[in-house]
Design a binder for this molecule. Structure first.
Ligand code: FES
Ligand code: FES
Length: 170
C-alpha cells in the first residue's frame, strides 16, 4: 500500500472508467493502478513489476495503452479509461479476443492475460488484418512467463479473423 497523504492534501480527480463516472480524492502520489485496483475494486488489472516493464497493468487511456503503474491518478484526470472488466462482446458475451485466447490455449496461469488483451485490443481497434509482426510489436511490452507467446499471437490472429468475419456478416 503506497504512503497516503492526509485528506487535506488530497487532490480531486474525475475519471470515466468502463463507461462509469468517478469523482475521487486521491493523494498526489497515488498511482492510477492503485486507484483502479483499490479505490474502484477492479482487480482484473494486475501488478507485476511496478516499474513499467511487464505490461501486467496495461489499460487503455483515451484509447491508447498505458502501463497504469507508471501513471499518477492526477495525470489521468478527465480521462476515459478501459480496463479488462469493461471488455466484453455484444449481449454480455465474451469479447472475440477473450474467446480466441481460450480457444487458442493462450491462457495458462492467466496473470499476463488482462494486459495482453488490452494491448491486443488497442491493435485490433485500428488494424483489421494485423500481420504477425504487427501483433508481436503490439504485445512487445507484455511479458508472459508461461506460454512462449506463440499461442498468444495465434489467439490475436484468430480474434482478428473472427471479428472481420462478423463484420462481413452484418
Ligand atoms: S506492473 Fe506495470 S508494467 Fe509491470
Ligand atoms: S499465462 Fe502465465 S504469465 Fe502469461
Amino acid at each position: 500500500m503506497p504512503w497516503r497523504l492526509s485528506k487535506v492534501e488530497q487532490i480531486a480527480v474525475k475519471l470515466r472508467v468502463n463507461g462509469r463516472d468517478y469523482s475521487l480524492k486521491v493523494a498526489p502520489n497515488a498511482r492510477l493502478l492503485d486507484v483502479i485496483r483499490e479505490d474502484m475494486g477492479l482487480t482484473g488489472t494486475k501488478e507485476g513489476c511496478s516499474i513499467g516493464e511487464c505490461g501486467a497493468c496495461t489499460i487503455l487511456m483515451n484509447g491508447k495503452k498505458v502501463n497504469s503503474c507508471m501513471v499518477l491518478a492526477g495525470q489521468a484526470d478527465g480521462s476515459d479509461i478501459l480496463t479488462i472488466e469493461g471488455v466484453n462482446g455484444s449481449d454480455g458475451e465474451l469479447h472475440p479476443l477473450q474467446k480466441a485466447f481460450i480457444d487458442a490455449g493462450a491462457v495458462q496461469c492467466g496473470f499476463c492475460t488482462p494486459g495482453m488483451i488490452m494491448s491486443a485490443l488497442e491493435l485490433l481497434n485500428t488494424t483489421l488484418e494485423p500481420s504477425e509482426r504487427e501483433i508481436k510489436e503490439a504485445i512487445a511490452g507484455n511479458l508472459c512467463r508461461c506460454t512462449g507467446y506463440k499461442q498468444i499471437v495465434d489467439a490475436v490472429q484468430l480474434a482478428a479473423r473472427n471479428m472481420l468475419g462478423a463484420k462481413h456478416r452484418h
